[in-house]
Ligand binder design. Structure first.
Ligand SMILES: [Zn+2]
Ligand SMILES: [Zn+2]
Ligand SMILES: [Zn+2]
Length: 295
């Protein structure tokens, strides 16, 4: 049997059995350890109060900071909303400008719609521009159906400039076709129409926001105003609604855009068909084309 002996240099105090007091001391906070046993209870309470106050202050600090963060977050959101609204308003103005450019500069003098497949009268004549199909109809209404030829001269719908007479005999020369495609006008129309489709969603968002913010003002003012002002206001409203409907019509999938795209692709097909056969078309072909176009 081996008897374990403590190491020679160890002080006796460290080898004694742990008492309850030792356990309490090792578990309590540091200040308590350094204080003398007689005053320990009172000081601990003072310390506790001090710590409670410190914690309360920290808590207040945290609350302040979190409120500050909340305020900054809200203000950032508000600024973001304002920035988006500003962008939407710009898009709305841009959309209205684009629409008026289309209507003022690129309307067909015959059908009053936005030009589709624009063709001009030969530039050596007057160069006036129309939808391909519109000017073709105009041209074919002058065809003498009994014989399939043009006896009377055809003139420009705008300036009355006379077109070159179509020769009866085939093969006729290519340049006797009286119209030329106007590619720069076609590009301008397509560009503006695409631009409009991109702008309309933001423009609508701007309008909706404005209507929401103006709604209370409007109902208040309409109660105050007399009959005459009420009439003026409603006319203005009707005009605004007309413009809004037009704008909405040009959005992706909107009725005006869809109709324009359809007319454009049908017109392209019709014109290229006619031009490709122009040199060899007979009187009977012209009569058939007239019946297709002018019914
Ligand atoms: Zn037209
Ligand atoms: Zn005839
Ligand atoms: Zn002309």
């Amino acid at each position: 049997m081996i008897v374990r002996m403590p190491p020679a240099g160890d002080p006796p105090a460290k080898r004694r059995k742990l008492t309850n007091t030792d356990l309490v001391e090792s578990c309590s906070a540091k200040p308590a350890l350094t204080s003398s046993p007689g005053k320990r209870g009172k000081l601990t309470q003072a310390e506790l109060l001090k710590r409670e106050r410190r914690l309360a202050k920290l808590e207040l600090d945290y609350q302040d900071r979190s409120e500050e963060l909340e305020r900054r977050y809200t203000s950032l959101n508000e600024r973001e909303t304002q920035a988006n609204s500003a962008l939407d308003s710009i898009a709305e103005r841009d959309a209205l400008t684009t629409l008026s450019q289309l209507e003022e500069l690129f309307s067909c003098p015959i059908c009053q719609q936005i030009l589709t497949v624009p063709y001009s009268l030969n530039p050596s004549l007057c160069g006036h521009t129309f939808c391909g199909i519109c000017i073709l109809r105009w041209f074919f209404t002058r065809l003498h159906e009994a014989c399939g030829g043009w006896h009377e001269s055809v003139d420009c719908p705008i300036c009355r400039q006379l077109l070159v007479i179509t020769p009866d005999r085939t093969p006729r020369l290519e340049f006797t076709f009286p119209f030329v495609p106007n590619r720069s006008v076609a590009n301008a129309c397509e560009t503006l129409i695409e631009r409009l489709a991109q702008l309309v969603p933001s423009a609508s968002a701007a309008r909706v926001k404005r209507e929401i913010s103006e709604a209370p003002l409007k109902s208040r003012s309409s109660k105050d105003c007399d009959e005459k002002d009420g009439v003026a206001e409603s006319t203005e409203d009707n005009m605004a609604i007309g413009t809004i409907n037009t704008l909405e019509g040009w959005r992706e999938g909107g009725p005006l855009r869809t109709e324009w795209l359809k007319k454009d692709s049908e017109g392209k097909k019709e014109m290229s068909d006619l031009i490709s056969k122009w040199t060899t078309l007979k009187s009977a072909d012209f009569v058939r084309i007239k019946r297709q176009l002018c019914t």
